[in-house]
Design a protein around this ligand. Sequence first.
Ligand SMILES: [Zn+2]
Length: 282
Amino acid sequence: MRIFDPHIHMTSRTTDDYERMAAAGVRAVVEPAFWLGQPRTNAGAFTDYFDSLVGWEPFRASQFGVRHHATIALNPKEANDPRCREVLGLLPRYLEKDGVVAVGEVGYDSMTPEEDEVFAAQLALAVDHELPALVHTPHRDKARGTERSLAVVAESGLEPGRVAIDHLNEVTVKLVRDTGCWLGFSIYPDTKMSPPRMVRILQEYGLERMLVNSAADWGRSDPLLTRETADAMLAAGFTEDDVDLVLWRNPVEFYSQSGRLDLSSASSGGTFEGNSILRGGS
Ligand SMILES: [Zn+2]
């Protein structure tokens, strides 16, 4: 089984996670730029973070045979801090980099006017740089946030097939299904979407344009929930080809639209063979 996790924050995870993911079949990941928990107070903090997403983290992943790409953006939460606004001016430089396969995560947190402005500006950057966009939907007031996100996407001129609307559930899947956008689902350990609930959504809505991710980060989350969802699909009667479509070919197709997805080193599926650099740095 080969798995592509299209949304996971490896910066917040350990090498043990990379080892377990590789053993479970995860061969490729996309790491979206996001909120690190501690609010950043200046643009330089973002520069260092973005550099790590296109430099250090792909290197670290490669030690475990995992191919790593990133999406770059000013996240919705920090879009509200005026001190972070100049990050928008840094983005074009990063959106030209080889390992960057989309603009994201963009979207809404609290649906403020500041978030409106930053969201629209970043979708315009996606158009300019001919990149897909990864749109985060808010955890509170999700239905209204999803509707509003779809309206902003429609206004942006970005083709729906180049947009993934993420963190969907049983309610919001209905809003996105017929828009032509891709549908992202984040599988969590005890809240929101679980593997059995995901399987029911796939049974009801089909496999086309469906993306399943762990969205694992610094909070309660589990990078192996992509694999658990694949196993739950098989147990429910889906075929191995169905699993390969949802957990590999769909994310590959979505991010391939960047023209930058390079999976050459992921095809054999890697195992960790040890690297002195990763045996404790500090
Ligand atoms: Zn995320």
